[in-house]
Ligand binder design. Structure first.
Ligand code: SF4
Length: 72
């Protein structure tokens, strides 16, 4: 079945706690400064949707945005 949500990080808000990467390494990469990257909207496979929402709720900066994949 197709993915239905996308996830991205707002770079201006991200402070590099890397909690998102710890919780969902499949969705968030760390750069050389320890900041996470999902800056180009990443389509989330259904089996990773729970992880995406967990990462979002654990980001202390509110930097993770989850959107419907139909939204552009
Ligand atoms: S948890 Fe939030 S602030 Fe920390 S690296 Fe991830 S997106 Fe950035």
């Amino acid at each position: 079945m197709n993915a239905r949500i996308t996830v991205r990080i707002v770079p201006e808000k991200c402070q590099g706690h890397a909690r998102c990467h710890a919780l969902a390494p499949e969705l968030f990469e760390l750069d050389e400064f320890g900041n996470a990257r999902a800056t180009s909207r990443t389509l989330v496979p259904r089996e990773l949707e729970d992880k995406a929402f967990t990462a979002q709720s654990n980001c202390p900066e509110g930097a993770i945005v989850i959107e419907d994949s139909a939204e552009t």
